[in-house]
Structures are given as structure tokens and as C-alpha cells.
Design a protein around this ligand. Structure first.
Ligand code: 5GP
Length: 341
């Protein structure tokens, strides 16, 4: 068995609608009213490269395909099963709640469909724990963000801690993320965790202001360092506060925010001994898997099998879950480690 597939893994940065496999996409497109979208682009092939703009065009097509609670349930169920098949033992999914008048889907019914899929997977013997993060799309404004925060709190209270926090995502060129700072501070006061997309593109002022909120994790952090349009001050702040980075190699190279794997920010942060968590971002859009991302990191940066296992195991420390679950995961990862080395 392929080593990277066999190691137990933690996935902390996976957008639900970016994670749709070709099999699920085919099922969704087979529905009569979706046939018209059959020839639209929904994925980047093997060696294909695009731009961030191309990625967001793909998401707008996917959102037309994934526009009902039935679709949301199917997608979430399949995505969980696929991560479990890739030996992911703990998964945090994130998604932006949407209202679609045409199908009667509301933000609430969308969240409920995702939560039902997560709940139903528990009875399927999949050996995976799944949590849910509600995403704030920075194109949608602060009022929507406040509503998302209220929904996160509401469903956290009624879903026995499946909903764990908030994400900030969406086109990094849209709006000014500083506008959302009061919402993030309020989320922290209400006991929700924050996983924010930060410095995907150069923007020192915005990045520093958001860092001062002390998010629990950073998505990408591509342009924190000086050579990528960031600054020493940003790097020092992140290093000093040891804010973990969710790093998505294929996504950044295919979306061309990084020129190639060799120049990915992983190296800089890994060499600093900073907490680095390998993630997929959008396994469907970027045709990847978490095993493949581990394999790319190991091959590009010359990591030993021990180092790869350590990285998978250390990711446990940064999950948005209770200490007893962390302890259980640590024990089972240690057991697997002995079998794999
Ligand atoms: P959804 O929230 O609908 O489940 O997943 C798709 C959404 O995730 C996109 O519309 C976008 O807002 C967000 N997203 C997915 N990948 C990326 C990424 O690489 N960068 C940013 N900033 N947002 C992303």
C-alpha cells in the first residue's frame, strides 16, 4: 500500500463545494435540469494551471450545480466517504451558507443538510470524525457575516459541537477584510474558533490588522514573507504567536499564487519549525487528495517517512476539538506509526 495513503491523516482546510469528486459531479449533472451545465469547466486537470480568477469562475459554475439541500446532502456525504477512504481520521469541512430562492434552499436548510450528512455518516462505520466551519465570503459584506456568526452559534449549540468556528474566504481581491474584524472579535467572545484565509495575495496592512485578532489558524499565508510581498514584521508576528498555517500546495500552484512547488512557502515555515498542516483546499477543483499533497510535500522538500508521520501527528494539536478527542487521535496515530515504520 502506498505509504502516503496508509498514514493516518488530519484534514483541516477543505471547502465542501471545492471538494466534489468527478463521480459525484457526474451524479449531479445527470439530473435533468443540470444537463445544460455539463460542458462547463469544474476542475483543473493534471498539469493544468490557471489563475485565482479562473478558480472563482469555476466556483460560480459549481454553485449552480450545487443549489439544493438534496445536492448539499449528497456532496457532503460523498466528500466525507472519500476523505475516509484516503485514511483521513479527522476532517474539518467548511462551507458558505447560501439562499437559493429557485429551489427553496435557505442558509439554515443548507446548514441542516450538511449537518445531517455528517450525522448520518456516524452510523456508516467510516472511522472518521467530522466537524463543520461556517464560511464568510468576503464578497458578501458585513451584514451577511454577522448573520453567519449567529448561525454558527445557533448550530453549535444544537449540533453537539459539530459546528466549531468561522472561516473567512472568497476572492481575496474583493472588499477589505478589515471590515470584518468586529465580527471576528465577537465570534471569539462567543467561543467560536477562527480559521481565516490570510495573505493569499500581497496586502500587508490588511494582513497585519487581521493577525492582531489572533486567529486560531491561517489559511495559505502565501504572501506573509517579504519576497512574496509581505514583511519581516508579518513573519515575526505569526512565528511569535505560533499561529498554525494550513498549507495547500497544489491549490496554490494551480491557482498560480505560487510559481511552483519548490517555491512554496511550506519550506520557509517548515524550516522555522512552525506548525504546518498539509491540506487539500479543494480536492475536486484541483484534482488532488490529501495523500497526494503529503506525497508532493515529501518529494519536493525531501522529507523522511518519520518527518511525514510527525507532521500528520502534529496536526492533531491544531484541530478545533476537545482535548479528549485529541488524546484519542494521538494514541491511535502512535499505534499506526509503529506499524508503518
Ligand atoms: P463552499 O463554501 O461553497 O462550500 O466552497 C466554495 C467556496 O469556497 C468558494 O466560493 C470560495 O468562497 C471559497 N474558496 C474555495 N477555495 C478557495 C481559495 O483557495 N481561496 C479563497 N479565498 N476562497 C476559496
Amino acid at each position: 500500500v502506498d505509504f502516503f495513503h496508509a498514514i493516518p491523516k488530519i484534514e483541516l482546510h477543505a471547502h465542501i463545494n471545492g471538494s466534489i469528486s468527478t463521480g459525484t459531479m457526474k451524479k449531479l449533472l445527470d439530473r435533468k435540469e443540470k444537463k445544460i451545465l455539463e460542458h462547463c469547466k469544474t476542475t483543473f486537470e493534471e498539469a493544468e494551471r490557471g489563475t485565482l480568477d479562473d478558480c472563482f469562475k469555476i466556483f460560480s459554475v459549481i454553485h449552480q450545480i450545487s443549489d439544493s439541500t438534496e445536492a448539499a446532502y449528497t456532496i457532503t456525504t460523498d466528500v466525507i466517504r472519500e476523505f475516509a477512504e484516503d485514511n483521513v481520521k479527522y476532517l474539518e469541512l467548511r462551507s458558505t451558507p447560501r439562499d437559493i430562492a429557485k429551489t427553496g434552499m435557505t442558509k439554515q436548510s443548507y446548514i441542516e443538510a450538511v449537518l445531517k450528512a455528517i450525522e448520518d455518516c456516524k452510523s456508516q462505520d467510516l472511522d472518521i470524525v467530522v466537524k463543520f466551519i461556517l464560511a464568510i465570503d468576503r464578497r458578501n459584506g458585513v451584514e451577511v457575516a454577522k448573520e453567519t456568526l449567529d448561525l454558527a452559534e445557533k448550530y453549535r449549540n444544537i449540533s453537539s459541537d459539530t459546528v466549531v468556528g468561522l472561516d473567512l474566504s472568497g476572492d481575496p481581491y474583493a472588499g477589505d477584510a478589515r471590515d470584518y474584524i468586529p465580527v471576528f472579535r465577537d465570534a471569539k467572545r462567543r467561543g467560536l474558533k477562527l480559521a481565516l484565509h490570510l495573505a493569499e495575495v500581497p496586502n500587508k496592512e490588511e494582513t497585519m490588522a487581521l493577525l492582531k485578532v489572533l486567529p486560531d489558524r491561517i489559511g495559505h499565508g502565501t504572501c506573509l514573507h517579504q519576497e512574496a510581498g509581505g514583511s519581516l514584521e508579518l513573519v515575526e508576528f505569526v512565528a511569535k504567536h505560533r499561529i498554525p498555517l494550513e498549507l495547500c500546495l497544489t491549490s496554490n500552484v494551480k491557482g498560480r499564487t505560487v510559481s511552483d512547488f519548490d517555491n512554496h512557502q511550506f519550506k520557509l515555515w517548515y524550516d522555522l519549525g512552525h506548525p504546518c498542516i498539509i491540506c487539500t483546499d479543494d480536492k475536486g477543483v484541483f484534482s488532488t487528495s490529501l495523500s497526494q499533497e503529503y506525497s508532493i510535500a515529501a518529494n519536493t522538500f525531501g522529507l523522511s517517512n518519520e518527518a511525514v508521520l510527525d507532521m500528520a501527528c502534529n496536526s492533531i494539536e491544531h484541530i478545533f476539538a476537545e482535548d479528549n478527542l485529541k488524546a484519542t487521535l494521538r494514541d491511535s496515530f502512535q499505534e499506526q506509526r509503529h506499524l508503518l515504520l
